[in-house]
Design a binder for this molecule. Structure first.
Ligand SMILES: Nc1ncnc2c1ncn2[C@@H]1O[C@H](COP(=O)(O)OP(=O)(O)OP(=O)(O)O)[C@@H](O)[C@H]1O
Length: 276
């Protein structure tokens, strides 16, 4: 495991984006075929997510971010180019349950308790009650919901529901976490708090590689090792910005000159990408 970046907080060092690529997107194109109304959503997109790394996608609305995430997740086929996840095709990786996926809206079953929602993926695989209970307890502790195990989702706030979704995505300890604007529906304060929590969770689930979509520049800077900026549709890689801030990153890092400099660099790239 020594090729996984050290996020333990043992030292305030910049985490280099290095090591073998976990996700490779190589010259990928996606065309939604609709006869006269075909839409080219992505064109010639290439980037890598290193193993154990955190890479964000940012870009104008409609530039193909969700499409790209769905291609990586094996939920949609690419029209051209290659995607490899841990060296295998996305659909194969999906079949091997390599992904935890979190969408903008938490998709929870209202008639199940929080614990039953989190345990569902293990239940579907026929795991033992004891094994499920142990993992659910661990995960609810990790996302700060230990006291809400027996609540129903509708009794929780939006931020708490999203934490349940994150816990459920982690249930099978997937090596890849794909997150499509998971905090987009939350108010600003809750959103900031959730970003801090995600960093903490990620630092504990050491070997998890994250691909994250956001519209928020500060969120991208806070969380990522690398930000891939996509241009307006058809989405192409307009820029790649390395976020070389030291880890662990606490809330205070948001107030540093280095953070502001990266924010303005990303804002500049995003504006250029919108006008491209
Ligand atoms: N199933 C589909 N069939 C046809 N066109 C689609 C389909 N899914 C997405 N598109 C089109 O592909 C383009 C990219 O959509 P996508 O949702 O990936 O963008 P996005 O960057 O995630 O947008 P937003 O930031 O607004 O969520 C859009 O023009 C969209 O209309």
């Amino acid at each position: 495991m020594d090729d996984v970046p050290d996020r333990s907080g043992a030292g305030m060092v910049a985490v280099p984006v290095a090591g073998p690529a976990a996700i490779t997107v190589d010259r990928v194109t996606k065309v939604f075929d609709g006869g006269d109304r075909s839409v080219t959503a992505l064109e010639d997109v290439s980037f890598e997510v290193p193993r154990g790394g955190f890479v964000s996608l940012i870009g104008p609305s409609g530039c193909g971010k969700s499409t790209l995430l769905r291609l990586v997740a094996g939920l949609l086929p690419a029209s051209g180019g290659e995607i490899a996840v841990g060296g295998i095709a996305p659909r194969e990786a999906r079949r091997k349950r390599q992904f935890g996926i979190v969408f903008q809206q938490p998709i929870l079953f209202d008639w199940r308790t929080v614990a039953q929602n989190v345990g569902l993926p293990m239940e579907l695989l026929g795991r033992s009650r004891a094994e499920i209970d142990a993992r659910v307890t661990e995960l609810l502790g990790l996302v700060g919901l230990a006291d809400f195990a027996d609540h129903r989702p509708w009794e929780l706030s939006g931020g708490m529901q999203q934490r349940v979704s994150i816990a459920r995505a982690l249930t099978l300890a997937p090596p890849y976490l794909l997150m499509d604007e998971p905090f987009g529906a939350l108010d600003m304060i809750t959103r900031d708090r959730m970003a801090d929590e995600l960093l903490r969770i990620w630092s504990e689930e050491i070997d998890t590689t994250v691909l994250f979509i956001t519209h928020s520049i500060p969120e991208a800077v806070l969380l990522s090792d690398r930000v891939v900026v996509l241009s307006a549709r058809p989405g192409r890689v307009a820029a790649t910005v390395e976020i070389d801030l030291p880890r662990p990153r606490s809330a205070e890092v948001r107030e540093t000159p280095e953070f502001f400099a990266l924010e303005s660099e990303l804002r500049r790239q995003l504006l250029a990408a919108e006008q491209a």
